[in-house]
Ligand binder design. Structure first.
Ligand code: SAH
Length: 275
């Protein structure tokens, strides 16, 4: 599989090296992409794309564009990061203009920094096109303002995933008063994160929202507080990707709660009746 992908790159011709564009695809809704990104997609010779980039965006590629999937699932890389970087260099050396399409923004938990470093080291020209990151996309879709004069003067983006079996969170940052905390990649560890936050003194009634497949037609929202959100999410059996939002802003208006009520209603009508 890996070899097949690298085989797509033919022997470098004598043409000058191409250019790599690291492009943020935005969150689920494919219309949340910049005009610049769309133009580059339409002109690209190759598009190297991830699991979280909406595949509908590929419909805008030219007919002869190489479409190369290098998506990763949690704990399971279909192509290791080093090989993705090598693939980009090889494509550029073939003279191709390449869009490296990533979900959200390439520089927010997107390993875009590593790819840019490698490309720079190899002397390949690259440009980064920003995308709407999941936090701002989900915030807009649920009308949860990440900052608010009355509730939050700062916002932190924290990864909630495990490294070597351990959740490695900067708890001081997560416990910051008057601030909103957004956890990326935290769905599987929600119970442990909430338990630890309460243990470290975060009020158990702190509002908490979980937004799954945010901005897409399949968006699901669960609203609760630190003490009950894990149970509620378990019951709703949310599909990833999902974002965790902790802070008073969750209750700044009633919109997120109304979306959560709709999600709960859908769940109640789709679950088989217990007899
Ligand atoms: N670069 C991406 C983040 C990649 S890390 C960005 O800027 O958005 C992957 C994590 O992003 C997921 O585990 C999830 O927490 C979050 N995420 C991405 N898309 C999402 C979506 N549509 N809805 C909710 N969370 C999303």
């Amino acid at each position: 599989m890996e070899n097949n992908i690298l085989n797509l790159v033919k022997t470098p011709p004598s043409s000058p090296a191409g250019h790599i564009y690291l492009v943020g695809a935005g969150p689920g809704d494919p219309e949340l992409i910049t005009l610049k990104a769309m133009r580059l997609l339409q002109q690209a010779d190759a598009i190297v794309y991830d699991r979280l980039a909406n595949p509908q965006l590929l419909d805008h590629a030219q007919e002869n564009c190489d479409l190369i999937y290098v998506g990763k699932k949690r704990d399971q890389h279909s192509l290791p990061q080093e090989q993705i970087s090598e693939l980009l260099v090889a494509l550029a050396r073939c003279g191709k203009n390449v869009v490296r399409l990533k979900g959200g923004d390439c520089f927010v938990f997107g390993r875009g920094g590593e790819e840019v470093d490698y490309l720079n080291q190899q002397g390949i020209k690259c440009t980064v096109i920003p995308g709407i990151t999941a936090a701002t996309g989900c915030a807009a879709a649920t009308q949860i303002p990440l900052t608010h004069r009355d509730h939050a003067h700062a916002v932190s983006f924290i990864t909630g995933h495990r490294q070597n079996g351990k959740i490695d969170i900067n708890w001081d940052l997560a416990l910051c008063k008057d601030s909103t905390v957004v956890f990326y990649m935290g769905l599987c560890n929600l119970q442990d994160i909430t338990t630890e936050l309460i243990k470290r003194g975060c009020p158990a009634d702190k509002p908490f929202a979980v937004v799954a497949q945010g901005t897409s037609n399949q968006q699901q929202v669960v609203v609760g507080d630190l003490s009950n959100i894990a149970k509620k999410v378990e019951r709703a059996a949310l599909a990833s990707p999902a974002l965790l939002i902790l802070g008073d802003v969750v209750k700044a208006n009633g919109y997120a709660q109304s979306l959560a009520n709709q999600t709960a209603l859908k769940l109640a009508t789709t679950l088989p009746e217990v007899v």
